[in-house]
Design a protein around this ligand. Structure first.
Ligand code: ZN
Length: 280
């Protein structure tokens, strides 16, 4: 028996918008994205299942929810774990836009007087502002030349998850009834692990290092170099990577409080609290 085509198919969700990725598909490993001839990707609104997936707190924490929803709403994305992080915000903004329209309301409390107010953001402008960081420029240090690349969503997720766990551990050590000496020892260990995690995230952000005699792209060699280079160069590399990352982050909202005229900046995130329309 052959399955007949479902007459309801034409009523399935349709692409709501077309998205251009900041990377244009560059830096995605082969097979993880299906490129289109004009560089635009159809973005579908979320299904009921996508919404439930995205609302599950644990799934959100481990990144699986983000990956599942991106792959469902942007079918050209075959493996979102391999997405360069520079594209993640664009894809999430586009999915929010396709699902609920272009207006996003952010609630903000003035640090000056405590007045809470809703502010509307146009997600179309947010999308336009998200640019690809300059991964073409290299950093020179003596006769070394360091080249950078975006870190994958998977590696970033691993890194921030471990950072979060270490922070939590520090919290519990601080609050514990351990003898002072033991506390200091455990805190030092936790701090060292956080530094190691920073180095992990950095090594994934370095595409390669050129010396007069060789081009080094092996992650283990780069990691060893980061562990053994001098503090000043390490800080330069770290700051450079932080600057690159900021380009692909959502710009903070510049707010002037209506009540007390205090000027401040409100960070904009697409986390659980702001991603969905309030349930009606
Ligand atoms: Zn105020």
């Amino acid at each position: 028996m052959t399955q007949s085509a479902n007459p309801l198919k034409q009523y399935f969700r349709q692409p709501a918008i077309y998205l251009r990725l900041p990377t244009g598909g560059k830096y995605w490993p082969p097979g993880s994205i299906e490129l289109t001839h004009n560089g635009e990707f159809p973005v579908y609104p979320m299904t009921a299942i996508d919404e439930i997936t995205y609302r599950t707190p644990d799934a959100l924490f481990n990144g699986q929810a983000v990956v599942t929803v991106i792959q469902s709403c942007i079918p050209n994305i075959k493996d979102a774990w391999n997405a360069p992080t520079a594209d993640i915000n664009s894809m999430l903004v586009a999915i929010r836009l396709a699902s609920y329209g272009h207006e996003l309301e952010i609630n903000s409390t003035c640090p000056g007087c405590g007045t809470a107010e809703d502010y509307a953001i146009d997600l179309r402008n947010v999308l336009d502002q998200l640019k690809l960081p300059d991964f073409e420029s290299t950093m020179h240090h003596g006769d070394l030349e360091i080249a950078f690349a975006p870190i994958s969503y998977q590696n970033q997720n691993l890194s921030s998850q471990s950072q979060f766990e270490e922070q939590r551990r520090i919290q519990s050590i601080t609050e514990s009834a351990l003898p002072e000496e033991e506390k200091i020892k455990q805190l030092n260990d936790a701090m060292r692990r956080i530094t190691e995690l920073t180095i992990d995230a950095l090594k994934w952000s370095i595409a390669g290092i050129r010396t007069p005699g060789a081009i080094v792209s092996e992650t283990e060699h780069i990691q060893e170099f980061l562990l053994n280079c001098d503090r000043k160069l390490f800080t330069r590399i770290r700051d450079h990577v932080i600057n690159l990352r900021q380009v692909s982050e959502l710009k903070p909202l510049e707010i002037v409080c209506d009540n007390c005229k205090h000027e401040y900046r409100q960070t904009v995130t697409l986390d659980m609290t702001s991603f969905f329309e309030p349930a009606s």
